[in-house]
Ligand binder design. Structure first.
Ligand SMILES: N[C@@H](CCC(=O)N[C@@H](CS)C(=O)NCC(=O)O)C(=O)O
Length: 210
């Protein structure tokens, strides 16, 4: 079985998407801690040797194969393991429609909002309100969508679900209560949590060198 290394750090929901997928697929993998706060992703060495785009997550295997962008990594792993994938062309387009929407609207705004509130600890910064409004608008859309669907594209989970839940297991870190504010999202998160192999981000990814 291929052994994977995941460049990640505990507060990265982008990296959690991949860590969760690896766990749900029963993959053999280990984390490689990225010193995000220390600026590692911005060093010339990281950009030359690990990821020219200067981001985590990066998945590495066979010594020299590397992939970045969580959505692309999820697609790669779904192909390798034959799990959390589509069954036909319509489903494939539906998965990608939600993956693109997630990357633009849900994850990026939620991640940045949470960054202002609980990482940088500047909840009153004017930009925090801009990102809060955008993130909660995306949550409204997702909550409405999940009123009629068990998972994002239908009755079974796909990589769209795994991508979209990336930042959502930390509601207290940006002051949302799923049950009260977005009950369909709360129910959906519990359904993902019930999948064999699910673990919380802080259980899967390290906050220091391993
Ligand atoms: N679209 C990318 C986003 C990845 C991303 O934004 N990663 C953040 C950590 S959560 C990062 O590495 N930022 C590096 C930096 O700001 O220097 C993905 O889905 O993989």
């Amino acid at each position: 079985m291929t052994e994977y290394t995941l460049y990640c750090f505990h507060i990265s929901g982008h990296a959690y998407k991949v860590a969760l997928m690896l766990n749900l697929c029963g993959a053999k993998w280990k984390p490689r801690w990225v010193d995000f706060r220390g600026g590692e992703t911005r060093t010339p060495e990281y950009r030359e040797k690990v990821n020219e785009q200067g981001e985590a997550p990066v998945l590495e295997w066979d010594g020299n194969k590397r992939l970045s962008q969580s959505a692309v990594i999820l697609e790669y792993l779904s192909e390798q393991f034959g799990k959390f994938r589509w069954n036909n062309d319509d489903e494939r387009r539906e998965v990608f429609r939600w993956l693109f929407w997630d990357n633009h609207r849900l994850t990026s705004y939620t991640a940045t909002w949470r960054y202002f509130v609980s990482v940088q600890k500047t909840p009153d910064h004017p930009a925090a309100e801009v990102f809060r409004a955008r993130a909660t608008a995306a949550m409204d859309i997702l909550n409405k969508h999940l009123a009629a669907k068990k998972f994002v594209i239908g009755d079974r989970p796909t990589i769209a679900d795994i991508s979209m839940c990336g930042y959502l297991y930390w509601p207290e870190e940006f002051g949302v209560n799923w049950e009260r504010d977005y009950p369909n999202i709360g129910r959906w998160l519990n359904d993902i949590k019930a999948l064999p192999g699910w673990k919380h981000p802080y259980e899967l990814m390290p906050d220091r060198p391993v």
